[in-house]
Ligand binder design. Structure first.
Ligand code: IYR
Length: 244
């Protein structure tokens, strides 16, 4: 524990050296005693966080202004604290800053999206998308200063080619991406979760191993000065919450 960590804080659980899979290791319990905060303080924090999170909007028009790279790394480190099936952490985050690589990703994504918007999606899907104002032009891929491409590790692949099953990969990576979007927003950055379909090209362009499957492309940056978002309203709490 570092000198700056209050005694009541649990130590970091993130490996400082290379992490090795714990497959087959015996259960090894460690004490966990996070400080309890008073109910009043908890209420205040929850209300403030709720307001902050409600300010998040998906942004499709980005400014090319740079963002501090360490903010992106910290947000990815936050995402990587997500719970996962059997603690297998089945994710890889590729941080793409290189403009030429972003240009190639945009080109391939737009090629697929054009086929989608020109008919592959079908009328019902296109009608669902209409209020969002999306189309096949993906300028955000090259306008935003960085892309975070998230890959699911569909199975574990050892250096010798050995394979092992990963559990609840969709759920684990979905949770991690939610935490990533939260971290980016709370760090003052805007993001878009983009799911080009099909997205096999991402593994090819980014040279990922065979056990990895692209999950989403997340352009990150600041909104363009003239950024607009669809004038939409979220469901109210009583529309999404059932208390029993
Ligand atoms: N992948 C396409 C279409 C699209 C699909 C959904 I569901 C969205 O919420 C938004 C877009 C695209 O990125 O344009």
């Amino acid at each position: 524990m570092s000198d700056t960590t209050p005694a009541s804080m649990p130590p970091s659980a993130t490996a400082s050296g290379p992490w090795t899979p714990t497959h087959g290791a015996p259960y090894r319990p460690a004490p966990y005693r996070p400080e309890r905060i008073a109910a009043e303080e908890s209420l205040e924090r929850a209300a403030r966080l709720r307001r902050r999170m409600d300010e998040r909007r998906t942004v499709r028009a980005f400014s090319p202004d740079p963002v501090p790279e360490q903010v992106l790394r910290d947000a990815i480190a936050c995402a990587a604290t997500a719970p996962s099936g059997a603690h297998q952490q089945p994710w890889t985050f590729v941080l793409v800053k290189d403009p030429e690589v972003r240009r190639r990703i945009r080109e391939a994504a737009e090629h697929e999206e054009k086929v989608s918007y020109d008919g592959r999606l079908g009328e019902e899907w296109l009608a669902a998308l209409r209020p969002l104002g999306t189309d096949a032009v993906k300028a955000h891929m090259t306008d935003a200063p960085a892309l975070i491409v998230v890959f699911q590790q569909r199975y574990w692949l050892g250096e010798d080619g050995a394979k092992r099953k990963h559990y609840y990969v969709d759920e684990s990576v979905g949770i991690a991406v939610g935490m990533l979007l939260t971290a980016l927003h709370l760090s003052g950055l805007a993001a878009l979760i983009h799911t080009p379909s099909p997205m096999r090209f991402l593994g090819e362009v980014l040279n990922r191993p065979e056990n990895e499957k692209a999950f989403a492309v997340i352009p990150v940056g600041h909104p363009a000065e003239d950024c607009e978002v669809p004038d939409l309203v979220r469901k109210s709490l009583d529309q999404v919450l059932v208390e029993i």
